[in-house]
Design a protein around this ligand. Sequence first.
Ligand SMILES: Cc1ncc(COP(=O)(O)O)c(C=O)c1O
Length: 386
Amino acid sequence: MAIKHSARGAVDPFIVMDMMRAAGDREAVGENIVHMEVGQPSTSAPRGVIEAAKRGLDEDRLGYCDALGLPDLRQRIADHYRDSYGVDVGAERIVVTTGSSAGFLIATLAVFDHGDRVAMAAPGYPAYRNMLAALGVETVSVLSTVKDRFQLTSELAAKIEGHIDGLIVTSPSNPAGTVLDGDGLEALYRHCENTGIRMISDEIYHGISYEAAPVTAANFEQAIVVNSFSKYFSMTGWRIGWLVVPQDLVRSVERLLQNLFISTPTLSQIAAMAAFDCHEELRENVAAYARNRQVLLDGLPAAGFDKIAPVDGAFYIYADVGNLTNDSTQFCHLMLREAGVAATPGIDFDPFRGNRFVRFCFSGSNEDTQKAVERLVGWHERRRPG
Ligand SMILES: Cc1ncc(COP(=O)(O)O)c(C=O)c1O
């Protein structure tokens, strides 16, 4: 007799990860693939972080630590808000988490109940939508267009039908790389404040911007900020991030962390403390992304990708491929097979219109980025009729 599975486990796949596996399968049979499907830096953690981790291994017992995080790291993060944004956030409101993924999970558990409704822009980060679904929280997808920089704006939020309990803003956006400016973020927060809605601001791509730097929601009293060492700090596999939570939520977040995770990996916390002394190296990474961005903005139009959202930050290009296909999943598999370039179909980020979009990640080497453009232009020429 078949034994029951939970409905929760029937959550949608994270297609980025499926594409990564498809690309890996082709490499396993000897093909050369340029990886532009997964959003992670191709650089290792900064040297100072690696040194700190080595010292931690030698000197520390690496036992469990306080569920909210090592006090020194929480203080370093609070200092980061003062130094980088001029915002005063007490260390007692900083919570260290196992990547922003665990941070988002904890934040969701702390402020939403089963059956609540939470709005986010489509296109948006798929794992959030899927995580909310697994927790029984309904995602209200707000269809945002390039006119709104694919962001959730206060105007769009005001038009949402029915009651909502929260909204998620991600600036710079994944998949679009677009930024919501300071006035836009403030207007959205005021809308939340006036209507009793919780704002969760995902700021994981802060530090990686090419136009104006994005602003933080950390100075809005009731907002929850989600952030991570994964992207700008180039530490994806170390699984470490943080939350800034309102004072009145600290204890419930602490109780949830104690029970769900006990504590965040101690070695990663020791290492992350050094990350704030590595800006020089990290800025070089951002300069390399900026060069890749330019290579793609210059080269992709000749490959048929000529409708691209403004790439304000992060390391993504979100291209409208409606002129090339009406099935971006099939298109990406074909592109992988025939051009040797792995990218992610927009359907991962936007279940409604994603079939006409593709996301390219440009966090790889400059050489690979140039190779991708050459391959895509060649592929486009070969596919053209006549
Ligand atoms: C917008 C966004 N939020 C959160 C995450 C999760 O990152 P992590 O758990 O590594 O901090 C990602 C990863 O790609 C992301 O793009």
